[in-house]
Design a protein around this ligand. Structure first.
Ligand SMILES: C[S@@+](CC[C@H](N)C(=O)[O-])C[C@H]1O[C@@H](n2cnc3c(N)ncnc32)[C@H](O)[C@@H]1O
Length: 203
C-alpha cells in the first residue's frame, strides 16, 4: 500500500482501523486499491470536520467512512446494493453513521454538499462487464455524468475530488469542462498508468 509512504503514522492507524472495519469485501465489491488510497491521501489534507460529504460509488465505503470518522456528515451511494450493505456493516463496526442511497451517480440524491467524491470506474472498455472498473469506450462515461451534475450538487464554495487515470487523457477532460478550475492534489504512477486526484471548484 503506497499510502504508507505518504502519510503520517496517525493517518495510517486511521486507515488500518477502517480496513479492519471493512474486513474482506464480497467478490462484486471493489477492494480498496491504489486509486482508493490516493484519494485517501488527498482527503487527509482536507479539514473534514462538520462538512457535508457525498461519496459517489462508495464500494466498501472506504472514502466515506474515512470522512465520517473525521467528523463529516456523510452520504454514500452506489448502484451495488451489496456494497451499500457492507459499507453499513463496516460503519456499525466502527461506531459511526453514514447515510446509504442506492443511486445511479447523483440520480436519487437530494441536497447539496460541501464536498463530493468520486473514484469512478475508469477503464476504457467497449462493453461494461464489471461495473466496478469498466468506464465505457473512453473510460469516462460516469466521470462525464459526475462532472455535468456536480455544479447543481455543490453548496457555495463546495468542491469535488475526482480520480482520473492517464488512460482517460486528463488534459482533454479538463479542457472540456471550463466551468471548473482543476487542481492536481495527488499523483501516483501505478504500473502502466498515472493516477491523479483532481480538486474541482466552480469558477
Ligand atoms: C473504482 S470503484 C471505487 C470504490 C471506492 N469508492 C473506492 O475508492 O475504493 C467504483 C465504484 O463505483 C460504483 N458504480 C458503478 N457504476 C455506478 C453508478 N452508475 N452510480 C454510482 N456508483 C457506481 C461501483 O459499484 C464501485 O463501487
Amino acid at each position: 500500500m503506497n499510502l504508507l509512504k505518504a502519510t503520517t503514522l496517525e493517518e495510517r492507524r486511521f486507515v488500518n482501523r477502517i480496513l479492519l472495519g471493512i474486513g474482506t469485501p464480497s467478490k462484486t465489491v471493489y477492494s480498496p486499491s491504489e486509486d482508493s488510497f490516493l484519494m485517501l491521501h488527498a482527503l487527509s489534507n482536507i479539514e473534514l470536520n462538520d462538512l457535508t460529504v457525498c461519496d459517489i460509488g462508495t464500494g466498501t465505503g472506504i472514502l466515506g467512512l474515512f470522512c465520517a470518522i473525521k467528523g463529516a456528515d456523510v452520504t454514500v451511494t452506489d448502484v451495488d446494493e451489496i456494497a451499500l450493505h457492507e459499507t453499513l456493516t463496516a460503519a456499525q463496526r466502527l461506531g459511526i453513521v453514514v447515510k446509504p442511497i442506492l443511486s445511479d451517480v447523483f440520480a436519487q440524491v437530494t441536497g447539496r454538499f460541501d464536498l463530493a467524491l468520486f473514484n469512478p470506474p475508469y477503464l476504457p472498455s467497449e462493453v461494461v462487464l464489471d461495473r466496478a472498473v469498466d468506464g465505457g469506450p473512453d473510460g469516462l462515461v460516469l466521470t462525464r455524468r459526475f462532472l455535468r451534475e456536480l455544479p447543481t450538487r455543490l453548496k457555495k464554495n463546495g468542491h469535488g475530488l475526482l480520480l482520473l487515470s492517464s488512460l482517460n487523457n486528463p488534459a482533454k477532460v479538463i479542457s472540456e469542462y471550463d466551468k471548473f478550475s482543476f487542481e492536481v492534489l495527488a499523483t501516483r504512477q501505478v504500473f502502466f498508468e498515472e493516477l491523479q486526484v483532481l480538486d474541482l471548484r466552480l469558477r
